[in-house]
Design a protein around this ligand. Structure first.
Ligand SMILES: [Zn+2]
Length: 291
């Protein structure tokens, strides 16, 4: 027979677990909603920034009939589903990309919050992902990477490093050291990708990468530091070669046709962020087991 005290303990602990689960799923839901709303804004950025339009004015409207959206049509994902993907007034189809970007941003925000439980890291990497996603969408649409967006991303990345150094060490030296590691990452980004670009141009006898890619790598280096940046660059090259090569083999892509490399760099950065440490550890154990 289990003593009475044990029953009470079971009830107390069981109750605590249920409360914990509920509060953590409520928190995840709130983070998802925040991410989806930011994803909705990133859609606006990707659409308006290359056209040099204001990001804030006018409010969201249908690109076809120019009528303003109702506030409840603007609710991420749900608004699109309720309208069945068409404008409320003129029935012009609304691209599926909008709800996909919103939903994906929400999910990645939740994933980041789970993986990096300190507020500074979570907020910092939410910002990194937002910059990367906006740049990827613009690169896919226009084959260019706006310098203004990469410059602001670089500055925010260096601020994030400095603040992280300050919070970790509580000293000016600690903050300066972390800032320096961000700057070093940015310099390695520019330097390495210029090298890849020149090498690739010689090998392929055409521009392998736009000069914007080196600047994007610099921005990523500021956030990730040089080690994770190198891994991100490696993953991006592998991904780009596999998908580009596959598309050429299937005849979907002409050899001369340029392919945006920004999305591959962005994906490499996120993979390096989530899986970087275990990947680097496996690499070291495989090739330098004695170290
Ligand atoms: Zn319309």
């Amino acid at each position: 027979m289990i003593p009475k005290l044990s029953y009470e303990l079971v009830v107390i602990f069981g109750g605590a677990i249920v409360v914990d689960l509920l509060s953590s799923s409520l928190l995840s839901l709130m983070v998802f909603v925040l991410g989806a709303s930011i994803g909705s804004f990133l859609n606006v950025v990707a659409h308006r920034l290359p056209l040099k339009l204001s990001l804030w004015h006018p409010p969201s409207r249908c690109p076809q009939c120019l009528r303003s959206l109702k506030p409840y049509d603007n609710i991420p994902v749900l608004g699109w589903l309720k309208l069945k993907g068409r404008c409320r007034y003129c029935r012009t189809p609304i691209s599926l990309r909008y709800p996909i970007v919103e939903g994906m941003t929400g999910l990645v925000f939740v994933w980041i919050a789970w993986s990096f439980p300190t507020p500074l890291l979570a907020i910092g990497y939410w910002a990194l992902f937002s910059w990367l996603l906006a740049l990827s969408l613009i690169d896919l649409d226009t084959m260019t990477l706006p310098l203004s967006l990469m410059r602001s991303g670089l500055v925010v990345g260096l601020l994030f490093q400095t603040l992280g150094g300050w919070l970790n060490h509580q000293t000016v030296v600690g903050a300066a050291a972390q800032l320096f590691s961000g700057i070093l990452g940015a310099v390695v980004g520019i330097w390495l990708f210029d090298l890849i670009r020149i090498g690739g141009s010689i090998a392929l006898k055409q521009d392998a990468m736009g000069s914007g890619d080196a600047k994007l790598a610099a921005m990523m280096g500021a956030w990730l530091g040089w080690k994770l940046l190198l891994l991100a660059g490696f993953l991006a090259c592998v991904g780009g070669a596999a998908i580009g090569g596959g598309a050429m083999a299937l005849g979907w892509l002409d050899r001369r046709q340029p392919m945006p490399f920004g999305p591959f760099l962005a994906l490499g950065a996120m993979l390096a962020l989530f899986f970087g440490e275990p990947l680097l550890l496996t690499y070291r154990q495989l090739f330098f087991p004695t170290l």
